[in-house]
Design a protein around this ligand. Structure first.
Ligand code: CMX
Length: 470
């Protein structure tokens, strides 16, 4: 093992990589590699792989494009209708698109994390002692390395994040000065933007860091961001809903336990389990950019047809209960669903832009509910709707996917445990999403991925180009 590491140091040109690998050599022989040490080993191999693939296949056709265009950030590819052709608008749009697209490799199979289904990650990732849901720390390790970590590695990650969790005082003040009427997602995005003040990447860039070493400070920013999110999310929750002062982070506890405690639910082991599942399955694995772009992407997630749908589902269910009562008949539910459609509205929590069957994240949450709250009235209503809505959407004949998505379920679970403030739900979604976005971002930097800039055309330009052509 040690000789393999020495060889790896020799091969590694970059001093940053060298220091990460040397750090591993200096650590005790029996100690398992930390996440950063493992990454320092994986990155040079992946860089070579990309180089070879581009060399061999770069000029080959792939659908309507060539392979090089996929690696090249879609540069020049006609893929958008530009409304405002300013550079920033387009860039922001791309970032939001990237954030918005879930990691659906397969429209039938649904989401996979590094090739693994949700039941597979539930079975394989380490769990807290006595717990039955995977620890999101393990999911992050998997997303970053493609490997299943040991419990020891995951526990070290929990400690590392706890040590990084404090947010700067001025960010606390920014949040404390927000009016409680400002939507929690707007507060969330503000706080993340402000975190950029201490960005390791911004500092390293200003100091002239080599492109080859971008991934190191990006890794530090990613770890800091994830670590600080519970303090941000907890502070917003307590400020907006008047829930008193935040407790300190407990370095002996895992990430989800600390998040639950900051929200005021740390004494409820089932809620802690829910947070472990929730953060794991909402994480996704698509790209983002720097801290400010993650903040911009949070705003993209806050749209009602996307992440905010988990809020909208609860609003819709509550209105339904107010109108037709808590134990309504199937007929009454059907009538209510039809009235939603006839009013020109969508049924929130149903349909998906990519997936074409029941969202596996819905299934995971349904199984959690069957285990922990089988008799809850709201859960029963969610189940009753599951039996009714797909048939109606099929009959209406428009939606390509009549099945429920992730947002159809989460609100009912949070409500059961007393987290009833619907407007807050997408903040938790955003916390989880940081795991997937940052894992992708580290690799973007490691492989030198370009900004994505598909070419946009105005409708006038389209008319001109195709005038007289069939
Ligand atoms: N209720 C009513 N109509 C729906 C519908 C729903 N749940 N889902 C799709 N449709 C309609 C669309 O509005 C569209 O109608 P028009 O032709 O009149 O424009 C038609 O069916 C075709 O749409 P589609 O190709 O099936 O779906 P899109 O890719 O355009 O949109 C989505 C996908 C998610 C925005 C849409 O299904 C929707 O609005 N769902 C409800 C909101 C929701 O739950 N969003 C969360 C998605 C989860 C996620 O993003 O992670």
């Amino acid at each position: 093992m040690v000789s393999a590491l020495r060889a790896s140091i020799k091969k590694t040109g970059s001093p940053f990589l060298r220091s990460a690998v040397s750090a591993r050599l200096l650590s005790t022989a029996s100690k398992q590699p930390t996440l950063k040490e493992r990454l320092a080993e994986l990155i040079p191999v992946a860089q070579e792989k990309v180089k070879a693939a581009r060399h061999e296949h770069g000029k080959k056709s792939f659908g309507p494009v060539i392979v090089d265009q996929l690696y090249g950030g879609m540069r020049g590819l006609p893929a958008l209708i530009g409304k405002a052709r300013s550079w920033t608008r387009v860039s922001l749009h791309i970032i939001i698109v990237a954030f918005a697209s879930d990691g659906f490799g397969d429209v039938e199979e649904g989401i996979r994390f590094r090739g693994k289904t949700i039941p597979e990650i539930q079975g394989q990732l380490p769990k807290a002692p006595g717990g039955s849901e995977p620890l999101p720390e393990g999911l992050f390790w998997l997303l970053v390395t493609g490997e299943i970590p040991t419990y020891e590695q995951v526990a070290d990650l929990s400690k590392d994040w706890a040590a990084r969790a404090a947010i700067p005082e001025f960010v606390e003040e920014v949040l404390d000065r927000c009016p409680p009427t400002l939507h929690p997602m707007s507060q969330f995005s503000l706080a993340v933007t402000a975190l950029n003040h201490n960005s390791a990447f911004a500092k390293a860039y200003a100091e002239g860091v080599s492109k080859k070493e971008y991934w190191g400070p990006t890794f530090e920013d990613s770890m800091d961001l994830i670590a600080k999110l519970p303090n941000i999310a907890g502070r917003i929750y307590r400020n907006v809903y008047g829930r008193g002062k935040l407790p300190p982070i407990d370095a002996q506890k895992d990430y989800s336990h600390n998040l639950a405690a900051l929200l005021g639910f740390g004494d409820n082991p089932a809620f802690v389990e829910l947070m472990r599942l929730y953060i794991t399955i909402h994480s996704d694995h698509e790209g983002g950019n720097t801290l400010p772009s993650y903040a911009a992407a949070l705003n993209g997630l806050a749209g009602p047809l996307h992440g905010l749908a988990n809020q909208e589902v609860l609003v819709w269910l509550t209105k339904m209960q107010a109108k037709i009562g808590e134990d309504a008949s199937d007929e009454a539910v059907k009538e209510y669903v039809w009235s939603t459609l006839k009013g020109g509205q969508v049924v929130p929590g149903y349909g998906h832009a990519v997936l074409r069957k029941t969202d596996p994240r819905y299934v995971a949450q349904r199984e959690f509910a069957l285990k922990h709250l089988p008799n809850d009235k709201l859960f029963k209503l969610v189940g009753q709707i599951y039996n009714i809505v797909p048939g109606i959407l099929l009959e209406a004949g428009k939606a390509k996917n009549p099945w429920p998505n992730v947002d159809a379920h989460s609100g009912a679970l949070l409500t059961y445990y007393g987290l009833t403030e619907m407007q807050y739900y997408t903040v938790l979604f955003g916390v989880s999403r940081a795991f997937g976005v940052t894992a992708q971002l580290i690799w973007d930097r490691a492989l030198g991925a370009p900004l994505e800039r598909p070419k946009s055309y105005s409708t006038d330009a389209i008319n001109k180009i195709f005038k007289g052509k069939n």
